[in-house]
Design a protein around this ligand. Structure first.
Ligand SMILES: NC(=O)c1ccc[n+]([C@@H]2O[C@H](COP(=O)([O-])OP(=O)(O)OC[C@H]3O[C@@H](n4cnc5c(N)ncnc54)[C@H](OP(=O)(O)O)[C@@H]3O)[C@@H](O)[C@H]2O)c1
Length: 373
C-alpha cells in the first residue's frame, strides 16, 4: 500500500489515554490515515488540540491537532471511512460500537463491552487468528452490515502471548500475580495519594477478567460449535503498583510433562507468530524475548522492546509447589502497545490483509443491490 492509498480511519475516545496513543501510532502508519476523531458530546465541534490534555512526549501529530472533534455517531464520519478504532469506556462502548457496526463500519475495540459475545472475535492476531472465524455468525446474530473485533484486556493479552508457545507442552494450570502500572487506568488515573509509595491489591473486575479472557484467547475454534476455551484452570491476583508504563506479572504453571528449561526458552525465542507471512506493519521482529539477566524483565527497562509489541519473559525456574512439572517465570509487556493500541492495530492489519474488509464491502453492496438495507 502506498502513502497515497492509505485507508481513512476514525478514532473514538480520541481524547483519552488509549485514544491519544492510537493517534500517535497511526500518525506514521503505512496503511491507515486518521481522518476523523470523536469523543463525548461535550467536546463536539471543538478543535482536538483545544480539548485534549496530551500526555505523550512530543506534540500532537499536526494532522490530528487541527481536526474538529465529532460526537460518536456514525453519520458524522466523513465518506469513505470503513475502519474505526474504539477507545471508549465499556459503558458507552456497548451502544456506540453497535451503532457503528450497524452502519457498516469495521470496529476494532479496546473496550470490554463485547468481549464475552461468542460472535465477537477476541483477537490477538499473532496467537489466535482463528478467532476471526466468529465473524461468520456475527452478521446473522446481530444484523450488522459491519463488524466488531475485540482486543482482550491489556494484562491478559500480555500473559496469553507468553503462554501461547507453552501450549505445545500441555498446560495443566496457571497461577498469576500481576503488578499493573497506572497507565492502565486511563487519564487522570489513580489519585497520587492512593498510589505513591503504595501497592493497591485490588483492581475492580480485573481478576475475573484475566481468568476468563486468558482461556478464551488460548482456546480453539471448533467449527460450527464456535469457540472452545482452553481447558486448564487459572487463578489471578491483580495489584496496581506505582509504575507508569508496562505491566509485570509472575506466572507459575504446571505442564503435562517435564521439560528442560532450555527447551522452554527456545519455545519463546523461536516462536513463529501466526501473522508470519502477512508482513503486517505493527508486527514486531520478535513476538517474545527471553531476557537472560537475573534482575529482569523490569517494566521500566523492558516495556519498549519491539516498539512496545514484544513481550519479555525471564527468570525461568522450577516451581516445587506445583510438583516436578512446575515452572515459574516473570513477564513484562507494554500496557498500551501490545496490551491495547498496538494489539488492535495488528488485529486491523490482519483483518485487511486477509480480505475481510473487502468481503464486508462486497456483502454490503450486494445487500444494497437487493434492497435489503
Ligand atoms: N489505559 C489502558 O492501558 C487500557 C488498556 C487496554 C484497554 N483499555 C480500555 O480502553 C478504553 C479507553 O481507556 P482509556 O484508558 O483511554 O480511558 P480514558 O482515558 O478515560 O478515555 C475515555 C475516552 O472516551 C470518551 N468518552 C467517555 N465517555 C463517553 C461517552 N459517553 N460518549 C463518547 N465518548 C466518551 C472520552 O471523551 P471525553 O474526553 O470527551 O470525555 C475519552 O476520549 C477503556 O474501555 C479501557 O478499559 C485501556
Amino acid at each position: 500500500m502506498t502513502q497515497d492509498s492509505r485507508l481513512p480511519v476514525a478514532v473514538l475516545g480520541a481524547t483519552g489515554m488509549v485514544g491519544q496513543y492510537a493517534i500517535a501510532r497511526l500518525s506514521h502508519h503505512p496503511w491507515f490515515e486518521v481522518v476523523a476523531l470523536a469523543a463525548s458530546e461535550r467536546h463536539e465541534g471543538s478543535p482536538y488540540k483545544a480539548c485534549c490534555s496530551w500526555w505523550l512526549p512530543g506534540d500532537i501529530p499536526p494532522a490530528a491537532a487541527e481536526l474538529s472533534l465529532l460526537a460518536c455517531k456514525p453519520d458524522q464520519l466523513p465518506t469513505g471511512v470503513q475502519l474505526v478504532f474504539s477507545a471508549l469506556p465499556a459503558g458507552p462502548a456497548r451502544e456506540i460500537e453497535a451503532a457503528f457496526a450497524q452502519a457498516g463500519k469495521a470496529v476494532f475495540s479496546n473496550a470490554r463491552a463485547y468481549r464475552l459475545d461468542p460472535t465477537v472475535p477476541l483477537l490477538a492476531a499473532d496467537i489466535n487468528p482463528w478467532q476471526l472465524s466468529a465473524l461468520e455468525g456475527q452478521r446473522a446474530a446481530h444484523g450488522w452490515t459491519g463488524s466488531i473485533v475485540a482486543q482482550a484486556n491489556c494484562t491478559t493479552t500480555i500473559l496469553a502471548t507468553a503462554l501461547a508457545p507453552l501450549q505445545a507442552f500441555g498446560i495443566r494450570r496457571v497461577l498469576t500475580v500481576t503488578y499493573q502500572s497506572v497507565s492502565g487506568v486511563g487519564y487522570p488515573g489513580v489519585p497520587s495519594l492512593a498510589i505513591l509509595g503504595n501497592v493497591v491489591p485490588f483492581i475492580r473486575g480485573e481478576e475475573e477478567c484475566v481468568q476468563q479472557d486468558l482461556v478464551t484467547l488460548l482456546g480453539e475454534w471448533d467449527g460450527g460449535h464456535g469457540f472452545r476455551p482452553a481447558a486448564f484452570p487459572t487463578s489471578a491476583l491483580c495489584a496496581r503498583v506505582p509504575t507508569v508504563r508496562g505491566h509485570l506479572a509472575s506466572v507459575s504453571l504446571e505442564l503435562e510433562r517435564c521439560v528442560v528449561h532450555e527447551q522452554l526458552i527456545a519455545a519463546w525465542e523461536r516462536y513463529v507468530p501466526e501473522t508470519v507471512g502477512w508482513e503486517l506493519p505493527s508486527a514486531p521482529r520478535q513476538t517474545l524475548a527471553y531476557v537472560r539477566d537475573d534482575a529482569r524483565p523490569q517494566p521500566a527497562l523492558d516495556w519498549q522492546t519491539g516498539n512496545g509489541m514484544t513481550v519479555s519473559v525471564g527468570r525461568l525456574q522450577p516451581c516445587p509447589a506445583l510438583g516436578e512439572n512446575g515452572y515459574s517465570f516473570w513477564v513484562v509487556g507494554d500496557t498500551l502497545g501490545r496490551g491495547a493500541v498496538g494489539g488492535s492495530l495488528l488485529n486491523a492489519e490482519l483483518f485487511v490483509a486477509r480480505g475481510f474488509l473487502r468481503e464486508m464491502e462486497e456483502a454490503r453492496e450486494l445487500a444494497l443491490h437487493r434492497g435489503e438495507t
